[in-house]
Write a protein that binds this ligand. Structure first.
Ligand code: C2E
Ligand code: MG
Ligand code: MG
Length: 679
């Protein structure tokens, strides 16, 4: 370049390199023709060098050749001075470094791409870590040497691992050992646990194990092999699920109200006890039923009933040894498997104790409640099944109940026959009313004043399809128990009123009532309806009740009796002298008649005390204006004695047995003729 910094010479090589046409370039300033000429910032350093006449080295610039290609030139130059030190221009050497430059550009491009890829990878990695860290399960990946590749935060947290144990490369054995050392392992053989777990980790297929930690947590771990080698395990905290499962399992086999095992669990324990049962090592099954529970439940409400059952449970728990099982079978039924002490004497002692503690009054809602318990006991015998044992205990319980409750009975084989017979009886009774199998027999009542038949007592009979004619003692108590006495009693009333309405106006009819018919007011309606249906004068109807009716001591009962008496119906007290025989009953209600119980009559002719009692009752009746009937008169001697004691009426085989309605007319006309006690 000359002193004006215009190109003054190009070597031929540079000419070809740059594709310069000397015509075009010579005489121009370099920066005016080069690429990026306008970019002064780019050129500034170069220009300054030139203008300050300083040498420069390796100044690189892109140059657009005439053919349009870019070539990169590295230029180094030095100022030229003449002998007098005057600046004469520049001399420089340019090297074409396009190839290097392009290679480096390519490289940086690659580098750039690489860094983008790297950033993406980094991002992925972060996403992966975020993902596994936000898993609710613990996750741990191991390489083939059982060393940690990665684990997530949850994993570390589940086992309380310090950071150094979560680092890649940590042997899993160290982690397991740490868990044991921290006291997480609940078992008693840590070595076995460790080696067992190492085997699991080395296994091929997915293996599931459940770890119960010392603090009660339960982890479910699934170990699987990875296709790329190594293994991974997921760790799930299933404590809650296990707890819920346990709760459901508990609920399925326990009674919600008392928390006692239910029938299901009782069966299971019974099966187990029977499995372990050896001869000479007996155990007992006690079935227990509360007496009167229904009454409490009905009168005080279900909440009170529930409280009572809970109180009963507490008392039972005190009586029964921990190694025995108490179960609630439902309602007011409980059962005990008594393994300790397992003997008949032990069972009897326990039964006695339970009955005793349950007989004591309970305080429910501030009220004293007295119930009781009946117990049936069956002793396990070789080869007996659980169901059978329970059934036997149940049959014994049934017997204990039938024997009046508040007692216990051991199972005896004939109980089964009795039970079956009773079952059949109940079924038969339920059908008998509809099938018209009931009949009324009538027994004349003879007045000792007129010597004539003054009335009839209606006595119920059941013409059983196979067993023949059955007396009330065979079925009335059952009807009372199974709730059939109401409808049956109403039938008796209607039938008696109807059949007597067809007889002489002078005849009265006495109908026996069960105490249970006085449970509500419906007895008054039943009587009035029977009377009106038969169009019978109420004065011709007499109702026989026993003292037990008055035992109920309810104002409703007395009220009902008064109302019945109010419409003209007579009321008599049956079986007087037996039972409670409290004379105060006579004050509580104005009876029309006292029926002296047969047991006194049987002895009246032979025993002075019986005779004295009859005399006293007859005298009492006379004073109170109450007639007295002697029942069950069979002999002339008895009749004679009764006559002299002042009894007003008699009834018994001596005059007539109870007869069916069809035979009544004959009996009555016969009596007419005989004029029983003419003298
Ligand atoms: P009850 O009312 O004391 O009836 C008298 C019982 O003595 C009757 O027994 C009768 O057959 C029997 N008898 C009568 N004369 C003699 C005699 O000279 N010697 C002996 N040894 N017995 C005699 P039955 O018919 O078996 O009735 C028994 C009980 O059943 C009755 O005792 C009564 O309490 C009850 N009963 C009878 N019919 C009914 C009824 O329709 N409803 C209710 N709820 N109970 C009834
Ligand atoms: Mg009677
Ligand atoms: Mg009687």
């Amino acid at each position: 370049m000359d002193e004006e910094l215009r190109f003054s010479y190009f070597s031929p090589t540079l000419e070809t390199t740059l594709g310069v046409s000397p015509r075009r370039e010579l005489g121009h300033r370099r920066w005016e023709v080069a690429l990026n000429a306008d970019d002064t910032a780019f050129w500034q350093a170069h220009i300054e060098h030139h203008e300050n006449r300083r040498p420069f080295r390796n100044f690189i610039y892109p140059y657009r050749r005439v053919d349009g290609r870019i070539c990169w030139i590295s230029v180094s130059g030095a100022p030229i001075f003449d002998d007098h030190g005057a600046f004469r221009g520049y001399r420089g050497v340019g090297t074409d470094i396009t190839a290097e430059q392009e290679a480096s550009a390519q490289l940086s491009l690659t580098m750039e791409k690489l860094s983008v890829a790297n950033a993406k990878l980094e991002e992925r990695n972060m996403l992966f870590v975020t993902a596994i860290d936000s898993m609710s399960q613990g996750l741990c990946m191991l390489d083939d040497d059982h060393r940690m590749i990665i684990c997530n935060r949850r994993y570390a947290q589940m086992y309380g691992l310090p950071e150094e144990l979560t680092r890649p490369g940590t042997p899993i054995r160290d982690i397991l050992a740490y868990r044991i050392a921290q006291g997480l392992y609940a078992g008693d053989d840590p070595d076995a646990y460790l080696s067992g777990r190492m085997t699991v980790i080395g296994c091929d297929g997915p293996v599931q194990v459940v770890d119960e930690l010392k603090d009660g947590r339960v982890y479910q771990v699934v170990h699987s092999r990875m296709v790329c080698g190594g293994s991974f395990a997921t760790h799930d905290d299933i404590t809650e699920r296990k707890r819920a499962e346990a709760k459901i399992a508990h609920m399925a086999c326990h009674d919600a109200l008392t928390g006692l095992p239910n029938r299901l669990l009782l069966r299971e324990r019974l099966d187990r006890a029977l499995d372990q049962f050896r001869e000479g090592d007996p155990f007992a099954v006690l079935c227990l039923d509360l007496d009167n529970f229904k009454t409490v439940n009905d009168s005080m409400g279900h909440a009170a009933g529930d409280t009572l059952l809970q109180a009963v449970t507490r008392r039972l728990q005190i009586c029964v040894h921990d190694s025995n099982t108490i179960a609630r079978l439902g309602g007011d039924e409980f059962a005990v498997i008594q393994v300790v002490p397992g003997s008949m004497e032990g069972a009897a002692a326990l039964a006695r104790r339970i009955i005793e503690v349950l007989n004591a009054a309970f305080t429910i809602d501030g009220q004293q409640v007295v119930i009781g318990a009946s117990i049936g006991i069956a002793m396990a015998a070789p080869g007996v099944e659980a169901d059978r044992l329970l059934r036997c205990a149940d049959l014994a319980l049934y017997r204990a109940k039938r024997d009046g409750g508040r007692t216990f009975r051991f199972y005896e084989p004939e109980m089964k026959t009795d039970f079956n017979a009773r079952r059949a009886l109940e079924i038969g009774l339920r059908q008998a009313l509809v099938a018209g199998e009931f009949e009324l027999f009538y027994q004349p009542i003879v007045s000792l004043v007129s010597g004539k038949i003054s009335g009839l007592e209606a006595l119920l009979r059941w013409r059983h399809p196979t067993d023949g004619l059955l007396p009330p003692s065979k079925f009335v108590p059952v009807c009372e128990e199974i709730g059939l006495i109401g409808p049956l009693g109403e039938w008796v009333l209607r039938q008696a009123c109807r059949e007597v309405s067809e007889l002489s106006d002078e005849l009265t009819v006495a109908v026996n009532l069960s105490p249970l018919q006085f449970k509500d007011e419906s007895i008054v309606t039943a009587v009035t309806q029977a009377l009106s249906q038969a169009n019978l004068d109420p004065r011709r109807l007499e109702l026989e009740i026993t003292e037990s009716v008055l035992l109920l001591e309810s104002t409703e009962t007395i009220g009902a009796l008064h109302r019945l008496r109010g419409i003209g119906v007579h009321i008599s007290m049956d079986d007087f002298g037996t039972g409670y025989s409290s004379l105060s009953y006579l004050r509580r209600f104005p009876f029309d008649r006292l029926k002296i119980d047969q047991s006194f009559i049987a002895d009246v002719a032979t025993q002075t005390d019986a005779r004295a009692i009859i005399g006293a009752i007859a005298g009492l009746g006379a004073k109170l204006g109450i007639e007295t009937i002697a029942e069950g008169v069979e002999t002339e001697a008895q009749l004679k004695a009764l006559l002299s004691e002042g009894v007003t009426e008699v009834q018994g085989f001596l005059f007539s047995e109870p007869v069916p309605a069809t035979r009544l007319k004959d009996v009555l006309s016969e009596a007419e003729k005989m004029a029983f006690i003419a003298a």
